[in-house]
Design a protein around this ligand. Structure first.
Ligand code: GDP
Ligand code: MG
Length: 439
C-alpha cells in the first residue's frame, strides 16, 4: 500500500542529520512510484511531487523533528492541500424545502447514501424526505421505501410508470405537506455513462433546481471514479462527491485525485454498508489515513499545538548552556500535561524508548499540582540554582507548599535526572529534542 511504501522511505531517511537534496530526491522517487501504484492520476502525481519538493527544499530542518518526520509532515501538508484543506458542507441554502440530488453509476451506492444522509441530516435537526426517482430498475423504488420504513423517514410514493422529472416535482409538494425541509433525490444509474441518462438527470436538475448535486462514486474503482466524476461534472455541474466503499481496500488514488482533476470537493465518504457508516470528508484526516502514520502525525501536531516556537528556541539555548531552571522545568511540565502522557509521547519518538530513565518521569495531574506548588514556594535564587537547596530549605519549601519533604526531594531528583539526560542528549546529537518534547 501507499502508506507502507512511504513508511519504508521515511525509515531510510531516519538517521540522516538533515534533509539534503539527495535524500529528498531519493524519497521523492519512492513517493512518486507509491502514488502511481496507489492509482493516483499521473498529472496529480506530478503536481504533488513538485509541491513536496518545493516545500522540502525551501524549509529549514526543524529541530524537534527527525528528517523522516519532517518529510512525513511535508507530504501530509501537500496531500491535505491537494484534497482541499477543509471539509465542505452540504449546500442547503435556499427556499425550503431544498433538494439534494444524488447521481452516479449503478451500484455506486446512491440509494444507500440517500439513507445514510437522511440519518445524518436528522441528527442536525433537519427533516429529510426520501425520493425514489430510479424507475428503471424494478427493485430500486422498493429498496428506498424499505430504507425509509427502517429509519422512519418519509418516502415519496413513486411508481415505476411515472416520469422521473415529475416524481421529483410532485415530491417537493408532498415533502412540504409532510413538514419536511430537505429532499434527497435518489436518481437512476446505468452501468456506463450514456446520453439518455445524462439527459434525464439534466432535466431533473433544471426543473427541480437542487441546492447540491452529489456524485456518488465507488472508491474501489480508482481512476474510473475520477473520470466518472469529471464527466458528470461537465454535464451537470455537480456540487461535490461522495466516495463510497472506502472501507474496502480502496487505494486512496480516487480520494487524492478527484479534487484536483474536477475542482469539486469530496464532501462525504462511505465507510461501510451500515446506515451509520457515512463520514464527513476531512482532507487532513484523509491525508493521515493515506500515509498511515497517524501516530507520528499526532505527536507532531501535539508538539506544534503546545510549543511556542520562540519559547522553544529560548529553552533549547538554556538547555545547551545548562541554564534550564526549575521554573523552566515547571513550564515544561505544564506543556507536557497538555500533550498527554509524557511516556507515551516519548515512546513514539524513534530512539527515545531506549532511554531508561524515562520510566521514572511519568507525570500525573496530582503530581503536577504538587510540582507547581513546590516550585512556587522556592525563592528565585533557589529556582535558578537548585544545588543550594539544603535540608533546612527543603523543610521550609515543603511547609510552604503544603507538601512533604519527600515530595520536594523527589522533584529535585527528577529535575537533576532531566538535567543529566539533557546533557547526554546534547552530546549524542539528538538535536532539539528538548523543544517541547522534554522537560
Ligand atoms: P446504487 O445502485 O447506486 O443505488 O447503489 P446501492 O446503494 O444499491 O449500493 C450498492 C451496494 O454497495 C450495496 O450492496 C451497498 O450495501 C453497498 N455499499 C454502498 N455504500 C457502501 C460503503 O460505503 N461501503 C460498503 N462496504 N458497501 C457499500
Ligand atoms: Mg439505487
Amino acid at each position: 500500500t501507499l502508506s507502507d511504501k512511504l513508511n519504508s522511505v521515511f525509515k531510510q531517511l531516519k538517521g540522516h542529520g538533515k534533509l539534503s537534496e539527495k535524500n529528498i530526491a531519493d524519497g521523492l522517487r519512492e513517493v512518486r512510484m507509491a502514488l502511481l501504484e496507489a492509482d493516483v492520476h499521473y498529472q496529480v502525481v506530478k503536481k504533488l511531487v513538485a509541491d513536496i519538493k518545493a516545500r522540502a527544499l525551501g524549509q529549514e530542518v526543524m529541530g524537534s523533528l527527525t528528517p523522516g518526520q519532517q518529510v512525513v509532515k511535508i507530504v501530509n501538508e501537500s496531500l491535505t492541500q491537494l484534497m482541499g484543506e477543509t471539509h465542505e458542507e452540504l449546500n442547503l441554502a435556499g427556499e425550503k424545502p431544498v433538494a439534494v440530488m444524488l447521481v452516479g453509476l449503478q451500484g455506486s451506492g446512491k440509494t444507500t447514501t440517500a439513507g445514510k444522509l437522511s440519518v445524518m441530516l436528522r441528527k442536525t435537526g433537519k427533516q429529510p424526505y426520501l425520493v425514489p426517482a430510479d424507475v428503471y430498475r424494478p427493485a430500486a423504488i422498493d429498496q428506498l421505501k424499505k430504507l425509509g420504513t427502517q429509519l422512519d423517514v418519509p418516502v415519496f410514493d413513486s411508481t415505476p410508470d411515472m416520469d422521473p422529472v415529475k416524481i421529483c416535482q410532485e415530491a417537493r409538494v408532498a415533502a412540504q405537506k409532510a413538514g419536511c425541509d430537505t429532499l434527497l433525490l435518489d436518481t437512476a444509474g446505468r452501468l456506463h455513462i450514456d446520453d439518455a441518462l445524462m439527459e434525464e438527470l439534466s432535466r431533473i436538475r433544471t426543473t427541480v433546481r437542487p441546492t447540491d448535486i452529489l456524485l456518488v462514486a465507488d472508491a474501489m474503482t480508482g481512476q474510473d471514479a475520477v473520470n466518472i466524476a469529471k464527466t458528470f461534472d461537465e454535464r451537470l455541474d455537480i456540487g461535490g462527491v461522495v466516495l463510497t466503499k472506502m472501507d474496502g481496500d480502496a487505494r486512496g488514488g480516487a480520494a487524492l485525485s478527484i479534487r484536483s482533476i474536477t475542482g469539486k470537493p469530496i464532501k462525504f465518504i462511505g465507510v461501510g454498508e451500515k446506515l451509520s457508516e457515512l463520514e464527513a470528508f476531512h482532507p487532513d484526516r484523509m491525508a493521515s489515513r493515506i500515509l498511515g502514520m497517524g501516530d507520528v502525525l499526532t505527536i507532531i501536531e501535539k508538539a506544534q499545538e503546545v510549543v511556542d516556537e520562540k519559547k522553544a528556541i529560548e529553552l533549547e539555548k538554556k538547555l545547551r548552556k545548562n541554564q534550564f531552571t526549575l521554573e523552566d522545568f515547571r513550564d515544561q511540565m505544564r506543556q507536557i500535561r497538555k500533550m498527554g502522557s509524557l511516556t507515551d509521547i516519548l515512546g513514539m519518538i524513534p530512539g527515545m524508548g531506549k532511554i531508561k530513565q524515562m520510566k521514572n518521569l511519568q507525570v500525573d495531574e496530582k503530581e503536577l499540582v504538587h510540582i507547581e506548588a513546590i516550585i512556587n514556594s522556592m525563592t528565585p535564587r533557589e529556582r535558578r540554582q537548585y544545588s543550594i537547596i539544603n535540608g533546612s530549605r527543603r523543610k521550609r519549601i515543603a511547609a510552604g507548599s503544603g507538601t512533604r519533604v519527600q515530595d520536594v526531594n523527589r522533584l529535585l531528583k527528577n529535575y537533576a535526572q532531566v538535567m543529566k539526560m539533557m546533557k547526554k542528549i546534547n552530546k549524542s546529537g539528538m538535536r532539539g529534542l528538548g523543544r517541547g518534547m522534554l522537560p
